[in-house]
Design a protein around this ligand. Structure first.
Ligand code: PMP
Length: 327
């Protein structure tokens, strides 16, 4: 009898995402450009890796106990990852998000069985009704609550040092020369970059939106989601990136559309940003170089924004994709 092949739970399918060569959008550069396709994680993003690692570490040291509740201010990928990883473990999930978060994103979290608490977007961070304050209050009030806190939790970067980095090293047979990723919490770049630098002479490049704190700004003035901050998170280690490349929304969104149309990679705006930054670096490199670019999530969450012509026009981005496509 052939052995049956199946996962014992969806959580076992997190990680081990493939690398795929990007040919058409990288046709004008010499290096081999490889995308690490994180939307193929079961929760649809790179954050599945972080979520399972944070939960398992909290279980091990007793911060999260059987029957406990996970409380996190999140609207998107981290929530989906946490809800998925809590699946089957009997944890309740309460996610707190600002009301600017789309109904679709709230519905995804509820579909996974999470409770979603919506707070006004217009109040300052320290206001009692802000989603940060409300999540702190719920974490304090709910018996058995644990707040993963992705912006300070060292298990975020550690998840990438333990999985993303080794996968890239293994799948490139140690030939990766450059690793490029966007900076949100900084965890992807920090953990993966740290691991790859330990293994070989890999140059690590962070990508940040123009106007974000990583690019010397105040965190205002960009629309790309998932990357950029108005404060430097604890999970970011400034000693890891050799270089930080700044991209505009226009560049990021034009590249996001090209990745879908020319490569069949339906990804989100931060993936477009990472690829735009990577190609700028690749322009200076030679044919022996191997550039790995992390694409954090898929494009379905952005159909009414980046992939919607009206939204692009209203925000002044119409036409950019054509200008970029002729490069
Ligand atoms: N892109 C998207 C869509 C994300 O959700 C995140 C996570 N905030 C990132 C990029 C950035 O990853 P990191 O937090 O590891 O810097």
């Amino acid at each position: 009898m052939p052995r049956m092949r199946f996962a014992r739970s969806i959580v076992e399918l997190i990680g081990n995402t493939p690398l795929v060569q990007v040919r058409r959008v990288a046709a004008h550069v010499s290096p081999t450009v490889l995308a690490k396709v994180e939307y193929l994680n079961p929760g649809g993003s790179v954050k599945d890796r972080v979520a399972i690692r944070m939960i398992e570490a909290a279980e091990r040291d007793g911060r999260l106990r059987p029957g406990g509740t996970i409380v996190e201010p999140t609207s998107g990928n981290t929530g989906a990852g946490l809800a998925l990883a809590a699946h089957g473990k009997g944890y309740r999930c309460v996610f707190v998000c600002p009301d600017r978060v789309s109904q679709d994103k709230r519905d995804v979290l509820r579909a996974y069985g999470a409770e979603v608490v919506v707070c006004p977007s217009t109040v300052p961070r320290d206001h009692p009704d802000s989603y940060h304050s409300v999540s702190d209050r719920l974490a304090a009030e709910i018996d058995g609550a644990w707040k993963p806190d992705q912006y300070t939790n060292p298990d975020g970067p550690a998840s990438h040092a333990a999985t993303t980095g080794p996968e890239i090293w293994r799948d490139t047979d140690g030939r990766v020369t450059h690793f490029v990723a966007g900076l949100g919490t900084g965890g992807s770049l920090n953990g993966t970059g740290r691991y790859l630098k330990r293994m070989g002479a890999v140059r690590v490049v962070g990508v940040a939106p123009e106007g974000s704190v990583y690019a010397g700004g105040d965190g205002q003035g960009y629309l790309v989601e998932g990357i950029g901050q108005d404060f430097l998170p604890v999970t970011h280690d400034p000693s890891v990136p050799d270089e930080i490349v700044t991209v505009t929304d226009a560049e990021a969104f034009a590249m996001t559309r090209r990745l879908a149309r020319d490569e069949g990679l339906l990804v989100g705006g931060s993936s477009g940003a990472a690829m735009a930054g990577a190609l700028r670096v690749a322009e200076r490199l030679g044919p022996a170089d191997v550039v790995v670019v992390l694409l954090p999530d898929g494009g379905r969450g952005y159909l009414s924004k980046i992939f919607n012509d009206d939204w692009m026009t209203v925000h002044g981005f119409a036409g950019h994709e054509h200008a970029e496509a002729t490069v």
